[in-house]
Design a binder for this molecule. Structure first.
Ligand code: GDP
Length: 296
């Protein structure tokens, strides 16, 4: 299960606080040393861990213990609140255009789950009475267009394609015009993935952004890849100015590093979490629920 070892490690750190009458600096330091190790082992970014521990310590030391809580519970409460903050505080909503169509550009490295997530997001939007258009903008991977068409069929959403001989920039432009003509109010642009970030990819994405003027640029990253996911998010963000991140594969046994570091490192919120291969396995990312999951 995801976060299992992190949850266990934190539990044992907090067990040591049990039965303590008062939170003094030694007690807090001892507990936070373990929390620090637990977070590092979970592949949380080093700087993020350092700041996190400092914040918890500052709040915990000298804090009057609320009458209803033991010192251990008090520290757990602070850790919980800081974890929620670290992951963005509250649910980050999608920005919808005042005048439709809303354009959502999907980006990500190959295998992160970008195309699947595009289909899931379309389904999610349908449930909110939106009419999404899926746009096949990944013309380089032979199977990508077909994959999107199959997804579109499964959820009953139209798919816009011009085959693989027209540039993705032109596809984006025509897709948006098509959406306007057909009263489709959200355009989901699937874009090319690569194995690694390269300049040609970034240039193409920038050109699509120029033309499509997206309301959202969502980067899809695989939570299982931990710090790599965070590094990918950081470089995409510096080049493209993302509006949010979608974390996929949270159903796997991710240690948690990506979920806990992405927001702090990039400043961009995690907007959705994908927890499985099925098309309804996508939900808005709830920092508070994720923190509860981590703290067991
Ligand atoms: P793309 O190359 O980024 O477009 O990636 P795909 O959408 O083709 O997904 C790559 C693989 O990851 C596929 O086998 C998907 O079924 C799988 N996948 C995507 N999202 C999730 C998820 O949230 N959980 C799990 N377990 N698998 C996922």
């Amino acid at each position: 299960m995801a976060f299992e070892s992190l949850a266990n490690r934190l539990q044992s750190a907090f067990d040591k606080l049990r039965g303590r009458g008062k939170i003094d600096e030694t007690v807090v330091n001892e507990a936070m040393r373990e929390v620090r190790l637990a977070l590092l082992e979970a592949d949380v970014n080093f700087k993020v861990v350092k700041d996190f521990v400092a914040r918890v310590k500052e709040r915990a030391v000298g804090q009057d213990v609320m009458k209803s809580l033991t010192p251990g519970q008090m520290v757990i409460k602070i850790v919980n609140e800081e974890l929620v903050e670290l992951m963005g505080g509250s649910v980050a909503q999608l920005t919808m255009a005042h005048r439709p169509p809303t354009v959502i550009m999907m980006a990500g490295l190959q295998g992160a789950g970008k195309t699947t997530t595009t289909g899931k997001l379309a389904k999610y939007l349908q449930k909110q009475n939106r009419k999404p258009l899926l746009v096949a903008g990944d013309i380089y991977r032979p199977a990508a267009i077909k994959q999107l068409q199959v997804l579109g069929e499964q959820i009953g959403a139209p798919v816009f394609t011009l085959g693989d001989q027209v540039s993705p920039v032109e596809i984006a432009k025509q897709a948006i015009a098509h959406a306007k003509e057909n009263n489709l109010d959200v355009v989901l642009l699937d874009t090319a993935g690569r194995l690694h970030i390269d300049e040609a990819l970034m240039d193409e994405l920038k050109q699509i952004r120029e033309v499509a003027k997206p309301d959202e640029i969502l980067l899809v990253v695989d939570a299982m890849t931990g710090q790599d996911a965070v590094n990918v998010a950081e470089s995409f963000n510096s080049q493209l100015e993302l509006t949010g991140v979608v974390l996929t594969k949270l159903d796997g046994d991710t240690r948690g590093g990506a979920a806990l570091s992405v927001k702090a490192v990039t400043g961009k919120p995690i907007k959705f979490a994908a927890m499985g291969e099925k098309l309804d396995a996508l939900e808005p990312f709830h920092p508070d629920r994720m923190a509860s999951r981590i703290l067991g």
